[in-house]
Ligand binder design. Structure first.
Ligand SMILES: [Zn+2]
Length: 379
């Protein structure tokens, strides 16, 4: 699906001589974005030669094609900006610019545009692909440490481009938060140990943080997730009933986040990594690269993905759509992180394991669903 991320602007046979203005300055300046000293110099060098070989003609054609794609992507980018940040058009335009920068060997500029695209992208898999492209550009531009940091932001690791990236980076991945810079000699739970997923199941549709207008994670309060090794299901047991519309649930997501990172708890973010509503929508909670706050203690949260289902299953049962979505989500996460079905827990199991107190979660009536989900993982 994402092959296009990796396809540099394709070569064409048409020779089209377009000038290539070069200027430095602000990155938001159209003239600066248009600049391409490397491609421009190379083109001049080729053009000043008396005669060109076959491969040189091809290279010249590629440089021209890259220029033309770049100009097209650039006009889409500025169009998106003037239309008032239409997120879809905007990230597409920025990916286009990144791709064309790649073709023009402008690695820093490519990395910048991929990074901008990633910050706007909605589906997790696309966002990660943009991050992977960003890291690759950084690597090619000689920014190895920066590339490792960017690699550390990738949540899903089954994509083939991640395997390529890991090989290039020598398997070293920098952890994503400032808190990870632990003194030498202590063991940081970095992301390096994160296993590469099987990719056997594809990611379900997930409503992103951008869509529910999450506030940013408070980085100084975060702990890195490390490699997820288990997964815990919760119910939200809301005091006030939750509406069914997208807007209703988005509002509730913001309320969970405010409750968790505000005066109530002072956590880094919403405690759960995912929330599943009664209509079967899956909402992205705390980014997976950060340890969650849902198990009841640091030990309980360690390497533990937290998923909350909206509802109270002490006195009700989850809806069919909710069970279906949760099964898809859990199945995908288990394949992505090689989590066995025996490590799919209900909160109650985790509380017993660590002798923690608390209310019944996810509720006795959830037991059959939990068994059903475990069974679907083992298949
Ligand atoms: Zn719970």
């Amino acid at each position: 699906m994402l092959k296009w991320f990796w396809t540099a602007c394709a070569a064409a046979c048409v020779l089209f001589l377009s000038g290539c203005a070069t200027s430095g300055g602000n990155r938001n300046d159209p003239a600066a974005i248009r600049s391409s000293p490397v491609a421009s110099e190379r083109k001049q060098a080729l053009l000043s030669k008396g005669s060109l070989s076959g491969p040189e003609w091809l290279e010249l054609a590629e440089l021209h094609t890259a220029d033309r794609s770049f100009i097209a992507a650039e006009s889409a980018y500025w169009g998106a900006l003037t239309r008032g940040l239409d997120a879809g058009g905007n990230w597409r335009a920025r990916m286009g610019l990144g791709r064309c920068d790649d073709a023009r060997l402008q690695w820093a500029s490519a990395a910048l545009h991929y990074g901008e695209a990633a910050s706007m992208l909605v589906p997790l898999s696309d966002r990660d692909a943009a991050r992977a492209a960003q890291a690759l550009s950084e690597f090619r531009g000689g920014q190895i440490e920066r590339a490792r940091k960017t690699r550390g932001l990738i949540a899903m690791t089954s994509a083939p481009q991640v395997a390529d990236l890991d090989r290039l980076l020598g398997g070293k991945v920098a952890a994503p938060s400032p808190r990870v810079e632990t003194p030498v000699g202590t063991s940081a739970r970095g992301l390096a140990a994160r296993p590469r997923g099987t990719g056997a199941r594809s990611a379900p549709k997930i409503v992103s943080r951008i869509e529910w207008r999450a506030t940013p994670t408070i980085l100084k309060r975060t702990e890195p997730m490390g490699a997820p090794t288990r997964l815990t299901l919760h119910h939200t047991a809301d005091l006030k009933p939750v509406g069914t519309s997208f807007a209703d649930v988005a509002e509730r997501m913001r309320a969970y986040q405010n409750g968790h990172n505000g005066a109530g708890h002072f956590w880094a973010d919403i405690g759960y990594h995912f929330v599943v509503d009664k209509q079967g929508r899956i909402w992205e909670g705390r980014p997976l690269v950060y340890q969650g706050a849902h198990g009841g203690s640091d030990a309980a949260n360690s390497q533990n993905i937290g998923i909350a289902l909206i509802g109270n299953f002490s006195n009700g049962v989850p809806s069919a759509a909710q069970v279906r979505a949760t099964t898809d989500l859990v199945g995908w996460l288990c394949s992505e992180y090689r989590i066995p079905s025996a490590k799919v827990y209900g909160h109650e199991d985790i509380k017993k394991m660590y002798r923690l107190k608390g209310t019944a979660c996810p509720g006795a009536k959830f037991d059959p669903t939990l068994r059903q989900i475990r069974a679907s993982v083992s298949r």
